[in-house]
Design a protein around this ligand. Structure first.
Ligand code: GAR
Length: 207
């Protein structure tokens, strides 16, 4: 597949950017149906920005502090996304709640990775909460972004067994490795048109 045939994707990050790195690595394969055209961070010191630039990808910092309101900040991010020509938006550790306007603009073409088996443990500190709950299985989820936090239709998941001696850090490391496996798979499915966001709160699969 040549570059022009690939679906353009923008990635939003706030920090380390290891999931972004996994998406970039996958996108370099000739058979991968998407290319990364832009990376945007709300944190100027996000490590992922330099990593993306190392691949020649446009990487922009759009800090919240530079704007008077959440609406003005989101307007700047939306303008940058639209200018990039991205057709799919992938959230990869972007730690901001998005407004209904933002979510609605990219409905059905914005996805997120979350470090739990949703609908269990939406929100923060998922590894600590999974361990405290006593459950034996944890994992990660890629889902469409909707207005409810971590509530959109699920596209892909991978389960990770909880071991008796796990700490939040050891568990997080195995979940992160699983995140890096499923995020490229889910992005490829969306780029190929094999999944779409159904109106009934569930993902529709084809192909
Ligand atoms: C990942 O574990 C991702 O699932 C999580 O933040 C981490 C970002 O790591 N996202 C959320 O918690 C969103 N609710 P990364 O910057 O190395 O990809």
């Amino acid at each position: 597949m040549n570059d022009k045939q690939k679906v353009p994707v923008a990635i939003l990050i706030s920090g380390r950017g290891s999931n972004m790195g996994a998406l970039i690595a996958a996108s370099l394969r000739s058979d991968f149906p998407a290319k990364i055209v832009s990376v945007i961070s709300d944190k100027p010191d996000a490590k992922g920005l330099d990593h993306a630039r190392g691949f020649g990808i446009e990487a922009l910092a759009i800090p919240r502090g530079g704007y008077d309101s959440k609406a003005a900040h989101e307007a700047a991010v939306m303008a940058a996304l639209d200018a990039s020509g991205a057709r799919i938006i992938a959230l990869a550790g972007y730690m901001r709640l998005l407004s209904g306007e933002f979510v609605g603009r990219y409905a059905g073409r914005m996805i997120n990775i979350h470090p739990s088996l949703l609908p269990a443990f939406p929100g923060l500190a998922t590894h600590e909460r999974a361990l405290a709950s006593g459950c034996r299985v944890h994992g990660c989820t890629v889902h469409f972004v909707t207005e409810g936090m971590d509530e959109g239709p699920i596209i892909e998941q991978e389960a990770v067994r909880i071991e008796r001696d796990d700490t939040p850090d050891t568990l997080a490391a195995r979940v992160l490795a699983a995140e890096h496996r499923i995020y490229p798979v889910a992005l490829a499915m969306l780029a190929r048109g094999e999944v779409r966001m159904g109106g009934d709160g569930r993902t529709q699969y084809s192909g």
